[in-house]
Design a protein around this ligand. Structure first.
Ligand SMILES: C[S@@+](CC[C@H](N)C(=O)[O-])C[C@H]1O[C@@H](n2cnc3c(N)ncnc32)[C@H](O)[C@@H]1O
Length: 206
């Protein structure tokens, strides 16, 4: 038990997915796949399907999540295939990234933090992408009415334009909104940005 209601919500979902061998990449992970290279960070990796796909393509992956079920599953797949994946189980709400990555992915994580922590973590992700490297970030935004997976006191629906605004100085390769139907006629509304970090000299003149 993590003691975190959001992680426990997903842990139950992951138990079912492991049981049913439901290992398909979700649409956001599919969009991320062509952009992965080199040393890859997957912050909030869930089942690790993207981490496994990256490692199978030759990337060296650090994948982190708070779900014991997800991390155990990812470690067993990585061990069976001898993939270059390190997968610690970590509470990411106050996690500080310790190295620089060619590609940093955070799909569906930051909205589980309070807003100051979510903004701080987004800045930390950006700071730890190498110049010319790529960040892939996806969050739930205002307009989302499906809230079952949230801790009532601690979550953050980003303002619609906020994620793209954070990447204003980057070369944006993809920026989009997508809505998905959720149980009870409710909606999950996402923003996704895939962006390349400028070289310092280029950023200084723009
Ligand atoms: C919507 S899922 C996304 C998982 C994966 N990135 C994907 O695209 O399928 C959110 C993930 O965030 C993790 N998570 C939420 N809050 C967390 C926290 N405080 N620390 C670590 N992981 C957390 C959950 O365990 C879950 O795996």
């Amino acid at each position: 038990m993590s003691g975190n209601p959001s992680v426990e919500f997903f842990d139950k979902q992951f138990e079912r997915q492991v049981r049913e061998h439901d290992l398909a990449l979700n649409p956001f992970e599919l969009a991320a796949l062509p952009h992965l290279n080199g040393r890859v960070l997957d912050l909030g990796c869930g089942m690790g399907n993207l981490a496994v796909a990256a490692a199978r393509r030759g990337c060296s992956v650090l994948a982190l999540d708070g779900s014991a079920t997800a991390i155990e599953h990812l470690r067993s797949v990585a061990a069976a295939e001898r993939l270059d994946v390190e997968a610690p189980q970590v509470d990411l709400s106050h996690y500080e990234i310790g190295e620089t990555f060619d590609t940093s992915v955070s799909i569906g994580l930051l909205m589980f933090f309070d807003c100051p922590s979510a903004r701080w973590s987004l800045g930390d992700i950006q700071a730890h992408v190498r110049e010319g490297g790529t960040a892939i970030v996806n969050v739930l935004i205002e307009g989302t009415t499906y809230l079952d997976m949230f801790d009532a006191d601690r979550h953050c629906l980003f303002e619609r334009a906020a994620l793209a605004d954070h990447f204003a100085q980057w070369e944006v390769l993809r920026s989009e909104f997508s809505d998905f139907e959720a149980p009870g006629g409710r909606i999950k509304s996402f923003a996704t940005v895939i962006a390349r970090k400028p070289h310092a000299a280029a950023a200084a003149v723009t």
